[in-house]
Design a protein around this ligand. Structure first.
Ligand code: NIG
Ligand code: FE
Length: 420
């Protein structure tokens, strides 16, 4: 838990480094101002943590010598967290996209053996090293825009060995790029061809073999499902969640993306970390998420690339106080772009979030969606010192202006890692 005294002893500051005269967009809900702004304040780090957040004339600042970075009024936000990606994959789905542009629906391509299953074929054919090499540029692109923590799912292997291969690759790529990773087992992404017509048998393999080995080898923190007409039913997902929880893993779901299958209620009933997509979410689902405190993860990139017309009920989510996170859903099929800033921009332009909500969605609420609210997502004393220094005059510019990234420093666990 957060120690309020951390970083100060009497009137002197106990810290390794200090950033002064910053506009701190803390996203701390206890700070009343928009963005949780502390204007002109100082932020000190010690080791991997935020040691102090102090007003401009705090006496503790007087005797602190080096290293001090004068931000000269620049903005600092928490590090970005991309809480929903599938960034490890093999092959390309550009031909799916071409087909979709001619009007062939995603569901039809999936039924013809394209879609997710075509990525499964390509991913199975690659070694762990090859998957790492292919994923590296995607994670680098996210990191260059300020991502300090990323969630990465399996789900293109669909055999025990191939799912483990993907999760190991996810751990390695995150280490190489210097980003914290939260790994998720998404074995219930699609019924693999060798189990065609036997989905329940595949669910048994997920529950009885994959989940136990992933938990034992600590290869994932959570288990995800695709609860959808073209994937898994509520009772099948229910079995998977029960197995996940019995092995100490968190649960979450791809739900109400293409139809309303009551998946959000299922995730809420199991106390899930997040319910993701939600285009077809209804009032009952909104209420279930609100009651459970489950985060609604909005993925406007998939909505855009699938040329959907149905938008998630953002107004109802907001009114009911459901926390809303925003993520890229980076994957080769429905959301092939590695830019969390573009996802935030889409959340504003397509879904009607405010820039403040979008930024909160990629920081505070994303941390919550990954079970990290205690240690990340906001600038608060005692939390991980993951933050970004921006050359902007207003934080909305981070979301509004695309094409160049006005990021000066990306600090992760108190250190500026080498440029990725
Ligand atoms: O989040 N909805 C299911 N899974 C992914 C799509 C994956 C794919 O098409 O390869 C998604 O949109
Ligand atoms: Fe997804």
């Amino acid at each position: 838990m957060i120690a309020p005294h951390i970083g100060t002893r009497g009137m002197s500051l106990v810290a390794d480094a200090l950033w002064i005269d910053a506009k701190l967009a803390t996203f701390d809900p206890r700070v009343g101002a928009a963005f949780g702004l502390r204007d002109g304040w100082a932020l000190a780090t010690q080791g991997e943590r935020i040691a102090a957040i102090l007003p401009p004339n705090a006496p503790e600042l007087r005797d602190f010598r080096e290293p001090v970075t004068d931000c000269a009024g620049k903005w600092i936000t928490p590090g970005f967290i991309d809480c929903h990606t599938h960034l490890v994959w093999g092959g390309s789905r550009a031909s799916d996209w071409e087909l979709r542009l001619t009007g062939v629906p995603y569901t039809e391509i999936a039924k013809r053996g394209g879609g997710i299953l075509s990525t499964v074929r390509a991913t199975r054919a690659m070694s762990e090293d090859e998957l790492v090499a292919a994923a590296m540029p995607r994670l680098r692109a996210l990191a260059r825009e300020g991502v300090t923590c990323v969630e990465i799912k399996s789900g293109y292997g669909l055999t025990t060995a191939d799912e483990l291969k993907m999760l190991r690759a996810a751990g390695r790529v995150a280490d190489e790029v210097g980003v914290e990773v939260s790994r998720t087992l998404l074995a219930a992404h699609s019924v693999p061809p060798e189990f065609a017509g036997r989905a329940d048998d595949y669910v048994s393999l997920v529950c009885d073999e994959m989940i136990p080995v992933v938990a034992r080898e600590k290869l994932a923190e959570a288990v995800d499902v695709f609860c959808e007409s073209i994937a898994f039913t509520v009772p099948q997902c229910e079995r998977i969640f029960a197995a996940a929880k019995s092995h100490g893993l968190a649960v979450k779901g791809h739900v109400e993306q293409l139809t309303n299958s009551n998946g959000a209620e299922l995730v809420a009933r199991h106390g899930g970390w997040s319910a993701d997509h939600l285009e077809y979410l209804d009032e009952v689902g909104v209420q279930a998420l609100a009651k459970a405190g489950t985060v609604a993860v909005l993925l406007p990139g998939a909505y855009y690339f699938l040329r959907e017309n149905q938008k998630p009920p953002v107004g109802a989510l907001r009114d009911m106080g459901v926390p809303m996170a925003v993520a890229t859903d980076l994957n080769p099929g429905t959301s092939p772009f590695a830019s969390l800033r573009l996802a935030m921009n889409m959340a504003c332009v397509l879904y009607g979030l405010t820039p403040e909500e979008a930024l909160a969605g990629a920081t505070r609420e994303a941390a919550r969606a990954l079970g990290r609210a205690e240690r990340g997502g906001t600038l608060e004393v005692g939390k991980q010192a993951d933050f970004l220094v921006w050359d902007v005059t207003h934080p909305a510019e981070i979301v509004c202006q695309l094409g160049h990234t006005p990021l000066i420093d990306r600090v992760r666990r108190g250190k500026v890692p080498p440029v990725v």
